[in-house]
Design a protein around this ligand. Sequence first.
Ligand SMILES: *[C@@H]1O[C@H](CO)[C@@H](O)[C@H](O)[C@H]1NC(C)=O
Ligand SMILES: *[C@@H]1O[C@H](CO)[C@@H](O)[C@H](O)[C@H]1NC(C)=O
Ligand SMILES: *[C@@H]1O[C@H](CO)[C@@H](O)[C@H](O)[C@H]1NC(C)=O
Ligand SMILES: *[C@@H]1O[C@H](CO)[C@@H](O)[C@H](O)[C@H]1NC(C)=O
Ligand SMILES: *[C@@H]1O[C@H](CO)[C@@H](O)[C@H](O)[C@H]1NC(C)=O
Ligand SMILES: *[C@@H]1O[C@H](CO)[C@@H](O)[C@H](O)[C@H]1NC(C)=O
Ligand SMILES: *[C@@H]1O[C@H](CO)[C@@H](O)[C@H](O)[C@H]1NC(C)=O
Length: 915
Amino acid sequence: MASSFSCSERTKLTWMLALLLILVMMLRVDGQSGFLSVDCGWTGSAGSTYNDSATGLPYDSDGKFMEGGLSSKISAEFIADAGNEQQKTLRSFPDGKRNCYTLPSAIGKKFLLRAMFSYGNYDGLNRSMDGSPFIFGLHIGVNFWETVNLTNLDPSLTLWKEVLTMAPANLLSFCLINLGSGTPFVSSLELRPLGDAMYPFLSTYVSVSYLRRFRFGDAAEYITRYPVDNYDRFWAGWSFSFNTYPWISLNTSKPVNRLNSIDVFQVPEVILQKATTLDTNYSFMEVSVEVGSNLDIRGMELLPIFHFTEIAGDIPNRTFNVYSADELLFQDVSLSPMRVESMYPTNRFLTNRFLSGSNTTSFMLRKVPGSKLPPLINALEVYSIVRTDNLTTSSEDVNYMKEVKKHYNLGRNWNGDPCSPREYTWEGLTCDYSNGNQNPRIVRVNMSTSKLRGVLAISFFMMASLENLDLSHNNLTGTIPNYELKSLKVLNLSYNQLDGPIPNSIVQRFQAGLLDLRLEGNPICSKGKYMYCSNTKNSKHVMLTAVIVPVVLVSLLVVLGVLWKVCQKGNSGDHEDYDIYEEETPLHIDIRRFTYVELKFITKDFQSIIGKGGFGTVYHGILENGDEVAVKVLMETSIAESTDFLPEVQTLSKVHHKNLVTLAGYCQNKKCLALVYDFMPRGNLQQILRGGDDYTLNWEQRLYIALDAAQGLEYLHESCTPSVVHRDVKTPNILLDKNLVGIISDFGLSRAFNDAHTHISTVAAGTLGYLDPEYHATFQLTVKTDVYSFGIVLLEIITGQPPVLVNPQTIHLPNWIRQKIATGSIHDVVDKRLLDQYDASSLQSVVDLAMMCVENATIDRPTMIEVVSRLKACLPEVPRLLQPTISGVPPISSEGDFQFDYTGRMSNTSLLSGR
Ligand SMILES: *[C@@H]1O[C@H](CO)[C@@H](O)[C@H](O)[C@H]1NC(C)=O
Ligand SMILES: *[C@@H]1O[C@H](CO)[C@@H](O)[C@H](O)[C@H]1NC(C)=O
Ligand SMILES: *[C@@H]1O[C@H](CO)[C@@H](O)[C@H](O)[C@H]1NC(C)=O
Ligand SMILES: *[C@@H]1O[C@H](CO)[C@@H](O)[C@H](O)[C@H]1NC(C)=O
Ligand SMILES: *[C@@H]1O[C@H](CO)[C@@H](O)[C@H](O)[C@H]1NC(C)=O
Ligand SMILES: *[C@@H]1O[C@H](CO)[C@@H](O)[C@H](O)[C@H]1NC(C)=O
Ligand SMILES: *[C@@H]1O[C@H](CO)[C@@H](O)[C@H](O)[C@H]1NC(C)=O
């Protein structure tokens, strides 16, 4: 039965994205804690800092965050006018294509990184005004971020770039790239941790680069930043560009009502207490955002975030639409008094096709007919999307290479990530990128003739994927360390000062033909006539020809080698663990088979429990390559004894769908029975639905997760032959990946399912509250059993309630909903944490669909195919309108507002001085 099991490959394996480790750190950030401010090129005495006169924030010198570069002061004529200390010095990088700063961070944590550039003619070359291009690039980690274009820019001006990003590791690197059009430099770096729930669209794959950030109404200063903004964002005052009729400034001192679960932008209260609106004779306002002549935003994907708070009175009569070029972004926006409302287009970014030039984009707020008051706005942020999907080198390899660098005190331009991006690979390294889902690995190191001295660094031998190491023509001394080689196939140590003895493990690998070893030109070779001391290219070859060992003998050696290896392993005392290898396994399973010892190792002795279920306990583990996995150790009493286990694994290994969890391996022998899955960093749907107020899914996210789960089930039901019935569909079995995509788990333990969709089973399946009443009565198991449970899941998604409510009395969720709807309205069932932020018409359809799924009679329930298509229909499709006809205020072009970008001066006077 199981061997004929197959699933059609509709969705193929293409979806298999790399599952990077994201541990969402639960650090709380308030005020300035965690701020890192670096004044590049500043040469205060070692370890000293100074406090910035305007913000009081301490600035560090940059010595400990990078290597190389030259520190300089801006030219004397600009020093006196510098707005702050950081503008006075800078660090330039005349050497190397890429130079990186490495800043401390925390993996998975979100940060704002701001870099400032004040040229100030530091090199006396008048470089920005000499007519030729002056451009260099910036990388955030291993991904391209943006170019810095100082061409034709007044040398007294400061340019800044900001990126909001999620740290891919405990270090965040920022690199300057020489593009051949001028020496890169940087004046200051500011790293500000953001709250975990903030800017929810950030992920390891998506960062955003700042274009503009405005506050409206009358602001006291040109730039509002820390300490007004806890996260030290720069908010430019719009009123300094527009304070003329018909624009009208509003302000209030009443407190702004924030609801933690939706206020993911933490806009400072004083900013929300001010707004700009229009004279009531006008009907729309156009907010035109220019980014300056040195940045071309055509082709960029833009992300605007609008912040609104109704501050005009208690019973406002104000409703408006928000447009980007011809596109309606938000319809019928009407605000509650003193409550912050932040809006941005979800699930997509705007492409900037309707520009009024290469450097301008505009948004329009237009009142709807019947609204008394014209629109109002408090703050606006505009970002461009930065794709950060290039992977960093395996952290293990990075660490070993760093040790090597330190060990030999190498001054080479080994900077930033060793393998990524490809074109900046460290000199002498060859990397393997062939597994696109996984971090690149170092496979070859060539450090021949590199003036290395001292002993051979053990780090080389510890690199799990290193195959070829060339350290010839150096001055290495001492002996070869005795360390069991992992994957090394070529080891060239010729022409050094190495002495014996040669470790046995190496000799044996050489003799077995597994290692090409070269040692000629070392003192060790003067002591005997060893094979590896011959200077012929391939010593394995030499062994074959010169000694004329017949093929038979070589095979014998290989066999001996293997036996020796087996014996070595046997010594570990885990004989039982290896019994299994002698068994004939009649099944062909492509996935990895783990031993108990391996599982013990990857889970660090089964330390961290991430879940407990009916089938056993789930542990967190990390594979040798750094991939995170969930290891489900099955309980002996569950199906441990079952002969179904291997067929089950085979079933699982054949099921590939983007909404089904991927099996990475298994373990079966006397010592263990376990399944190894990809790890899902966001936990499960139950946790997130009932996890409290600090993080709430919005309506669309909920619908998308429901659709994900439905598609996973549809695949099991419809694309597998025979169909697979999950039998235990419930919110804890719907896992969430880092992008909040729903992934169904535990289906493998539900057994391939036979006989044309009907089957008599005496094994009770399912979980209380999710149980199909008909199955319960008849033990007739069909795919509709899953449909019923899915209906309950859908109701939980809508209501945030558990399947069985106990307060005030025990009631099953579908009945609770029937009661609520009968005595009130459908809106009473919706999860309160959605704060009425949902689309009423889709709510009705989703509730109807869920109630159909939980019909008592199987025949009345829809199939998963139907469920999927109905859910798709509920998902928002943003309506498009034609460009509104222009009336009211003529579109305003915003000359001058771009100067905020270039005049980094934080003080009033220097800005007015017109620099
Ligand atoms: C900077 O400010 C902090 C706190 O206000 C203070 O403790 C420290 O002494 C100041 N450092 C300098 C160099 O003035
Ligand atoms: C820099 O070049 C511009 C344009 O050639 C010139 O007007 C200006 O005087 C120069 N400044 C300095 C300091 O050489
Ligand atoms: C990712 O790496 C490739 C190859 O090195 C490079 O061409 C590409 O520009 C990189 N992508 C980003 C976003 O930096
Ligand atoms: C925007 O670009 C146009 C030409 O494309 C240029 O004339 C204008 O000055 C630029 N605006 C700003 C603010 O740099
Ligand atoms: C850099 O700025 C100059 C001057 O505004 C402009 O002509 C040029 O196109 C820009 N280059 C790039 C690559 O954006
Ligand atoms: C707003 O005012 C218009 C015109 O007076 C009225 O028809 C409409 O009902 C009002 N809307 C609200 C929400 O009060
Ligand atoms: C090794 O070191 C010795 C002296 O320390 C020096 O004479 C010799 O040139 C060095 N060899 C290489 C290959 O660098």
